[in-house]
Design a protein around this ligand. Structure first.
Ligand SMILES: CCCCCCCCCCCCCC(N)=O
Length: 602
């Protein structure tokens, strides 16, 4: 090699080494910047979480001090009596001044503080409630005058955050109360505590990285359910007489079933959703709605009566001028009731089936006509639920969680939404002929044109007509009796059992009204029958693991009515509740009969 060639060669090598070195150091710097950013963002998230936790603790401390002060001058001798009253009895006593709003408020506050210690169900005590209590006399004519009320945290409350468990939503206090809270305050109710939920709300467990896991009042090793699990746990343990949850796939009904209370999902639109926060905006295919949760059906009906008034329509003109039909709620004529105790390819526990069968027998004995009903096209509906609620394949859900710790209850869901779209499409295609639910849950549907959205909505319309008109009308049904997910699961199983949500989410997709009533408890025989789940495929085996060790836990049934037949649905729920209570009394007198309902809140 000549001198010149050697020179050029060395020069090139040097340049090559240099550019490699430059590239490498550039990449290292970029990596370091990313790492620092990540560490900083983690630190920031942690700081925000800690601040929120401190705010929560502070609200408890202030409440404890106020309670102590009150108790020094007012011995709370009526506490047990007050806690034993149903909502209707309580409102009567308050209106007749037999009880004062102060003694009722502090009694429930004390109970709530105690329950929260055990179950971790509250996200804060609403300190403004102490001020509201001082001026509550001006609302004496309200239907809920002096009634302390609990609220799921995603219901907007002026000057308070609604985090939905998402760290980036912290430190964003609301400008105003949601419509439901405004109306209830006018009706004399005193919102005094906010309750827990799963991170990002799209799950039926009840844990998030800010406020932790809520436990089941009937077994501390089980979840309270969700997403309105804090409400269900608090009410189930006697810390609140009435509360508001929200429901997009069973969120008011599933935790009610897990915690032995009543939960109602009205027809979406009957109550105002204005100010009920969700992590998506503009998702109108599967409708979310707020709904009441309480210990008995009368309380749910009273809540509906209090909310459905001119003021609600004034504040939210999207709600209909359709007054609560008290006559229909109170009517006692016999009903034609469709029933089913399981649905196609959807895991169902032995106690869910037994609950329906026992209630069916009671309804028949009481003179109602029971007609077998086969829900049709469940798998198609499941696909539409998935396409509707997760039209972006879970992208927004993941976006909201970005930079935030992901709660373990969401791991199964998050893992699925993180799979690359092309892989999900291939997997869905391969799995479809063999396993329905996994393939449905992998479905990614991006609407590239309006035609896509229209097609989805047209499919829902077709199913709605098939499910409701042709079947309900052909059988001349008033209502339907069916199972609801239960009994309460071990922690972190709900996200793995999304295949069970058709039990509840069907009625969100079709916008029927539906409610849950506790009717029984898990027996030794139900537990032995879990062995049947071994045969039914992977999801059934997961369900078995989720509910093993459930003897004594609540069992509930679901009552369903056509859209806008909310009063009829509540009336049917009331019938079930009364028959179950009566059966329990009779069989108690009879000594060797079955015990239908052991949860006595009094
Ligand atoms: C097999 C059907 C899957 C549909 C999945 C859609 C998204 C899940 C929503 C679950 C909601 C659970 C309870 C609630 N938040 O209402």
């Amino acid at each position: 090699m000549g001198f010149l060639e050697q020179f050029v060669h060395n020069g090139r090598a040097l340049l090559g080494h240099r550019s490699k070195a430059i590239l490498l150091s550039g990449a290292a710097c970029f990596g370091a910047v990313l790492l620092v950013q990540r560490v900083n963002s983690r630190r920031e998230q942690k700081k925000r979480i800690l601040e929120a936790q401190r705010r929560r603790e502070k609200s408890f401390q202030v409440a404890e001090r106020a309670l102590l002060e009150y108790k020094q001058s007012h011995p709370m001798t009526n506490a047990l009596y007050i806690l034993s009253l149903s909502l209707s009895e309580l409102t009567k006593q308050l209106q007749e001044s037999a009880l004062s709003p102060e003694e009722v408020f502090y009694t429930y506050l004390e109970k709530t503080l105690d329950v929260h210690q055990k179950l971790n169900c509250c996200t804060e005590i609403i300190l403004d409630s102490f001020e509201q209590l001082k001026t509550i006399g001006s609302c004496k004519r309200g239907i809920l005058y002096g009634v302390p009320l609990s609220l799921k945290e995603n219901l907007l409350l002026k000057n308070h955050d609604s985090s939905c468990g998402v760290v980036k939503y912290l430190n964003q206090p609301a400008d105003d109360d949601c419509v439901l809270v405004k109306v209830l305050k006018e009706q004399g109710a005193i919102p005094f505590v906010r309750t827990n939920f799963p991170q990002a709300l799209l799950n039926y467990d009840c844990s998030n990285p800010i406020y932790g896991q809520t436990l089941n009042p009937h077994n501390l090793q089980k979840t309270a359910g969700g997403s309105s699990g804090g409400e269900a746990a608090l009410i189930g343990a006697g810390g609140s007489v009435i509360g508001i949850g929200t429901d997009i796939g069973g969120s008011a009904r599933i935790p009610a079933s897990f915690c032995a209370i009543c939960g109602f999902k009205p027809t979406a639109g009957r109550l105002s959703s204005k100010g009920c926060k969700s992590i998506f905006r503009g998702q109108k295919t599967v409708l979310s709605t707020p709904g009441p949760m309480a210990r008995d059906v009368d309380s749910l009906a009273l809540f509906m009566k209090a909310e459905i008034c001119e003021q609600m329509v004034f504040l939210d003109p999207t709600t209909p001028l359709l007054p609560f039909d008290e006559g229909l709620y109170q009517s006692r004529n016999s009903l034609r009731i469709g029933y089913f105790d399981c649905i196609e390819q959807t895991p169902t526990s032995p106690s869910m089936t037994r609950g329906v069968q026992e209630v069916k027998a009671l309804l028949e004995q009481a003179g109602h006509t029971l007609v077998p009903f086969t829900p049709v096209r469940i798998l198609d509906m499941a696909e539409l639920m998935s396409k509707g609620a997760l039209a972006d394949g879970g992208a927004t859900f993941l976006q909201q969680l970005e930079g935030s710790p992901v709660d373990p209850v969401l791991h199964a869901q998050v893992a699925m939404y993180r799979l690359p779209i092309c892989l999900r499409k291939v997997l869905a295609f391969i799995l479809k002929p063999f396993v329905s639910f996994p393939s449905i849950m992998l479905i990614y549907h991006s609407f590239r044109s309006a035609a896509g959205v229209w097609k989805l909505h047209a499919s829902i319309e077709v199913i709605f007509m098939r499910f409701s008109v042709s079947q309900w009308r052909r059988l001349n049904l008033d209502v339907v009796l069916c199972p609801i997910i239960g009994p309460a699961f071990n922690f972190c199983y709900c996200g793995k059992l999304m295949s069970m949500v058709p039990h509840s989410m069907t009625y969100n997709l079709l916008n029927f009204c539906a409610g849950v009533v506790p009717v029984s408890t898990v027996t030794e025989e139900d537990e032995r029958n879990l062995c049947h789940l071994d045969k039914g495929g992977w999801f059934n085996r997961v369900l078995k693991k989720a509910i093993t060790g459930g003897v004594g836990l609540p069992v509930a049934v679901q009552c369903v009515a056509l859209p806008w037949h909310d009063e009829l649905c509540l009336r049917f729920m009331k019938e079930v509740e009364e028959l179950v209570k009566k059966a329990r009394k009779d069989e108690g007198a009879n000594a060797n009969g079955k015990v239908y309902l052991i949860y006595d809140f009094h």
